[in-house]
Structure formats: structure tokens, C-alpha cells
Design a protein around this ligand. Structure first.
Ligand code: CCH
Length: 287
């Protein structure tokens, strides 16, 4: 029918599930990276895209994917995240209809699920923005600081103490790289599987200052192969935070439930979803 209007492609759940599957398959393919997975660095990309949010001004957050541009890509906190953005370029090329903003968050969701974490609800609808929407440096937490700083940073995004502790459990995943943050080593013995081990180790291990030329960090006394940042140690040095560390160390199901809710909140900060946008849960590939 020559009078018909050209059909506009409106992606549906099945289309996003295909993108999810593509990311999951690439995670499997590229297992020669780091501890065997791009998953942790993809989670960090989604978190740093979202964690710039400021509830007072409504600026920052995952709507925009402004970390594609300098100056945001050059902020110290974002060192090394180019590896995650580059990993996703072939996915963007295969599914050009998805925005970078939705893709980066979908990759975070996919990575958490594929690393055997809980299902993370997802809504699509983020729009990419240009360089003018880049956030100023200093909105992400400084690993060298303690509880007051953590509260300042995370309260600005709209989180409470329980949510802060639940979010920090992401450090069960991945590692520090001396050529990125300057710190070195993983937090747990299974950095490509999400567990509540981060909390257990915080409470059960003896932590001492690492003797080295790098920035001040802790090492476990027993194996000296694990690490904690000063900011990690703050959540057992602070009484209120520590109560939640105990809850999550004792109950992995409770951790998964709260982690899913708080990551969903993080990934949606400042996103102007259209009314009636559906919430989806993707089917894991590596189930
Ligand atoms: Fe984190 N994180 N993070 N982090 N982070 C680092 C690595 C990861 C802080 C500092 C660092 C969250 C909160 C905090 C991940 C997820 C989350 C590194 C090492 C530093 C430093 C970077 C490097 O050298 O490559 C501080 C401070 C806070 C304050 O609370 C939150 C919240 C999340 C997600 C919900 C993940 C995953 C990694 C591993 C990345 C990788 O490449 O392995």
C-alpha cells in the first residue's frame, strides 16, 4: 500500500531481551579479561553513569550517557571505564535503535544477573544527551574517605544508610587496578560471582594496612590477597552502617532482595520515564 506511512520501529520487551542475550554471549566469549569477565567493569560503568545524580538540581544520572564525552570521561573516578564502553560498541552497532543510556544500564543489569545475582527490574526510555549535560567532577565517592563523606555523597542521590550498605555489596565483584584507581586487588575470592561474601569478610577477617608505595588500603591478615578501601572499612567503623553489614552477612537472600531494589533505584535516578512505561525482568542466559 503506497499510501501507508513508513512503519516506525518501536522496540518491545523481546527486542531488549535480544540485546541482553547479545551482551550475555559476549561476556561468555570474552572470558580472557581480568578475572574472567567484563561483568564487574560493566556494573561499574552503569553505577558511574547513574551515581552522578543530584536530587536538588535533578542533574546527572543515567539519562544521557554523558560519560561518552570529555570532560566526564576524563574524571579520575571514571579511569578504566573505556574498557566497558568499548566492549559495548559492537552491541550498539548490532542494535542501533537502543540509546547508549539504556544500553549501559541494560549491560549492568545483565552482568549482575549473569554473575548469578538477583533479577534486577528494568525500564527502557533513557535518551542520550550531548556534551553540555556532562556533570562536574567530584560527584562520585572518594575511596580514601570515611562515613561522613559516604553519607554526603549518597544522601545527595537520595539514599539512606541501609541503601548505602546494600549498594556497597557490589564490591563482592571485580577488583581494583593500580593503573586505574591506584588501588590494587579484589575484595573477595570469587570476584565474578555475586554473593554476600563482602560483608562476611569485612566482619570475619582481620584487616591491616597494606605496606606498599600505593594509596592507603587494607589487606586481610590471613592471605594478604584481598583488599578493602578506607571507604569500605567505614561501613564497619560506623555503628549504624555496621548493623546493616551484620544483617547482610547473615542472610544472602535478604541481601539479594535489598540489592535488587536499591540497584533498580540507582539505575533510574533522574530518568524521566513516560507514564505507563512497563517494568521488565530479563531471562538469564547463564542460569
Ligand atoms: Fe566501587 N570501586 N566504589 N562501587 N566498584 C571500584 C571498583 C568497583 C568505590 C570505589 C571503587 C560502589 C561504591 C563505591 C564497583 C561497583 C560499585 C574501585 C576500583 C574503586 C576505587 C576501580 C579500579 O581500580 O578499577 C567507592 C569509594 C564507593 C563508595 O561507596 C557501588 C555503589 C557500586 C555498584 C553498585 C565494581 C563492580 C567495581 C569493580 C570494577 C572492576 O573493573 O573490576
Amino acid at each position: 500500500d503506497s499510501n501507508a506511512a513508513p512503519k516506525l520501529f518501536v522496540p518491545k520487551f523481546e527486542d531488549y531481551q535480544q540485546v541482553y542475550n547479545e551482551i550475555a554471549n559476549r561476556l561468555e566469549e570474552k572470558e580472557d579479561y581480568d578475572d574472567g569477565s567484563y561483568g564487574p567493569v560493566l556494573v561499574r560503568l552503569a553505577w558511574h553513569a547513574s551515581g552522578t545524580y543530584d536530587k536538588e538540581t535533578g542533574t546527572g544520572g543515567s539519562n544521557g550517557a554523558t560519560m561518552r564525552f570529555s570532560p566526564e570521561s576524563d574524571h579520575g573516578a571514571n579511569a578504566g571505564l573505556k574498557a566497558a564502553r568499548d566492549f559495548l560498541e559492537p552491541v550498539k552497532a548490532k542494535f542501533p535503535w537502543i540509546t547508549y543510556s539504556d544500553l549501559w544500564i541494560l549491560a549492568g543489569v545483565c552482568s549482575i544477573q549473569e554473575m548469578l545475582g538477583p533479577a534486577i527490574p528494568y525500564r527502557a526510555g533513557r535518551q542520550d544527551r550531548d556534551v553540555a549535560a556532562c556533570t562536574p567532577d567530584g560527584r562520585l565517592p572518594d575511596a580514601a574517605q570515611g562515613q561522613d563523606h559516604l553519607r554526603n555523597i549518597f544522601y545527595r542521590m537520595g539514599f539512606n544508610d541501609q541503601e548505602i550498605v546494600a549498594l556497597c555489596g557490589a564490591h563482592a565483584l571485580g577488583r581494583c587496578h593500580s593503573d586505574r584507581s591506584g588501588y590494587s586487588g579484589p575484595w573477595t575470592f570469587s570476584p565474578t560471582v555475586l554473593t554476600n561474601d563482602y560483608y562476611k569478610l569485612l566482619l570475619d577477617e582481620k584487616w591491616q594496612w597494606k605496606k606498599w608505595n600505593g594509596p592507603k588500603q587494607y589487606e586481610d591478615k590471613t592471605t594478604k590477597s584481598l583488599m578493602m578501601l578506607p571507604a569500605d572499612m567505614a561501613i564497619i567503623q560506623d555503628k549504624k552502617f555496621k548493623e546493616w553489614v551484620k544483617v547482610y552477612a547473615a542472610d544472602n537472600d535478604k541481601f539479594f532482595q535489598d540489592f535488587s531494589a536499591v540497584v533498580n533505584k540507582l539505575f533510574e535516578l533522574g530518568v524521566p520515564f513516560k507514564e505507563g512505561t512497563e517494568t521488565w525482568t530479563f531471562k538469564p542466559v547463564n542460569a
